[in-house]
Structure formats: C-alpha cells, structure tokens
Write a protein of this length. Structure first.
Length: 296
C-alpha cells in the first residue's frame, strides 16, 4: 500500500491517493459476474442454489450480458467507496503514523477502521444502486426498477424516494466498510511484511503480493460475511424501511444463525480474486510510479 516504508530504507514513499480506486475498478470489471451471483444468492429464496447453478440461471434468463447487470453501479462504487477507503488509509499512514509503526497492527487497525467508515459513507448511494441493479432481473416484471445506468439510478432514487433512501443500509454498510478495510488492507500489509522479514520473500515480486493478498481475501471474506448479507437484504428490500434489527431478527428466526455466512463460497470466489487483483494492480502502479511527477 502507499505510504509504506521501504524494506531497505527508513524513508516513507508517498504514492497517489487514487491507486486503490484504480485497482478496485480493474478488479470489479473482471470479477463482476461473481459479485452478481453472490448478491443473487444472498437474497434467493430456499432451496438455496449453488454458485454455479446461480450463474447458469442468470445465463439462461438474461444471456451472457446478464452477467454484467449493474456494472456501471459497480464501477461507480469503486470510484467512491474503494477510492475513499484506500485513499484515506494511505493519507493517515503517510501523515499521522510514525515511520517505524507502519507495519504495526496496533497502529494500522484504528487507521483502517476510520478509513473504512469514511468509505462506507461515501460509497453508500452507489452501493444501494449496485444492489438494486444486480437484483433487478430476478424480480417479477412489475417490481423491476429498470435503471438505465448508475447515474440514472441515483437520480431516480433521489427524485422518487428522497435522499434518505440513498442512505438505506448505512449502518451495516459502515460496519462492513470498517470490517472490510481493517481485515483486507491490514492483513495485506502485515502479511506482506512478515513474508519479507520472516520468510525471505522479495517485496517486489508478484508471488509475494499474490500470497499476501490471498490471505487478505480469506480474512476479509470471513469477517465481513454477516454485515454483507444483512446489508444486501436491507438495500434490496421493497418496503419503505427495513431496519437492521428487523432484518436480523427475521433472518435468524427463519434461517438460523447460519444465514450470516450464506453465500460465503461465492463471496470468497469473488472477493478472493478481487482482493488479489486490487493489490497486484496497486503494486504495479507503485512499481512504475504511475502519475508521480516527482519523488517525495
């Protein structure tokens, strides 16, 4: 991540704040079909379909292009949510943390939690549209919203339902943003540091980045699953307002505690490659110093 300390030097190198957003956009374009299947699984009625049967269902009902339903909203979400949380995380590391504490979990956790909350707030409107667009074709025709694109979705929600609707699910989204950022970026930074200092990996090699990001993806998927499922159900609801507590109690009553990890496999199938791609892209941007006109 940017703002990290060189393994051979005490100098802190500051990279552009938008690196994480670019990595997120590239990752989301590649992994969007898996994200779509995950969202559909989280809201599907019983009997619970498998990841592959859900993908087959989407292909059968909507065709190949159906696998990219809501792509514009996913990209908008990366431009807001991912860019904000990665950018804030890097900014705080660069400007507030001591240079000798950049690999300390004790310092990185609060830094990542603050960044995740900011990202969750900034990205909430795009996330509402994203969930709705990905689930739209799964509804009966008279319940479909038929947004043309992400901007149309945000505009229509604002006009038809009010600004409060764009903040639907903000609570669980903030929680998820905090959990995701803390588990993802901190796991990556700490794992990469340990691979280099303890196991002799080369900090510049892709296998180091791949291994650290794979671990980060596993940790993030497990920790974020409950908040992710609840957030998806709240944002997809057609009722005027579904509180977090109401959705939680209803889901536990009808499905048991296991519902919180519903769709874990498709979540990891999407988040694992997504996390790997984000960090691989970020590391390449760092390597070639894209967008850097001078060294800091």
């Amino acid at each position: 991540m940017s703002g990290t300390k060189s393994e051979s030097s005490n100098a802190v190198v500051k990279y552009p704040w938008w690196y994480g957003g670019v990595g997120g956009i590239v990752a989301c374009i590649i992994t969007h079909p898996l994200d779509l299947a995950k969202v559909r699984l989280q809201t599907a009625a019983r009997p619970k379909p498998t990841l592959f049967s859900m993908i087959q269902r989407i292909l059968k009902n909507d065709g190949p292009l159906g696998l990219y339903s809501g792509l514009t909203a996913s990209i908008l979400r990366q431009c807001t949510y991912t860019t904000a949380r990665f950018g804030c995380y890097d900014f705080i590391k660069e400007n507030l943390l001591p240079a000798d504490k950049l690999n300390s979990t004790l310092y990185l956790l609060p830094c990542s939690m603050i960044s995740g909350a900011i990202g969750g707030f900034v990205g909430n409107p795009a996330d509402v549209v994203n969930i709705r667009m990905q689930n739209d074709s799964a509804h009966e025709p008279h319940l479909r919203r038929n947004y043309k694109n992400a901007i149309d979705g945000v505009t229509r929600i604002f006009k038809e339902e009010g600004v409060r609707k764009l903040l639907t699910g903000l609570g669980p989204n903030l929680v998820r943003g905090v959990l995701m950022t803390a588990s993802q970026v901190v796991s990556y930074d700490v794992c990469k540091h340990n691979l280099v200092t303890t196991f002799g990996f080369d900090a510049s090699e892709k296998k180091t980045h791949f291994t650290a990001s794979l671990v980060a993806g596993l940790v993030a998927t497990t920790i974020c699953s409950p908040a992710d499922v609840i957030k998806t159900r709240i944002m997809n609801a057609h009722q005027h307002h579904e509180s977090t507590l109401k959705v939680l109690s209803s889901s536990i009553r009808n499905e048991g505690l296991g519902f919180m990890f519903r769709g874990w496999l498709p979540s990891f199938a999407r988040l694992g490659p997504n996390t790997i791609l984000i960090f691989l892209v970020v590391e390449q941007l760092r390597k070639y110093e894209i967008g850097m006109h001078q060294h800091f």
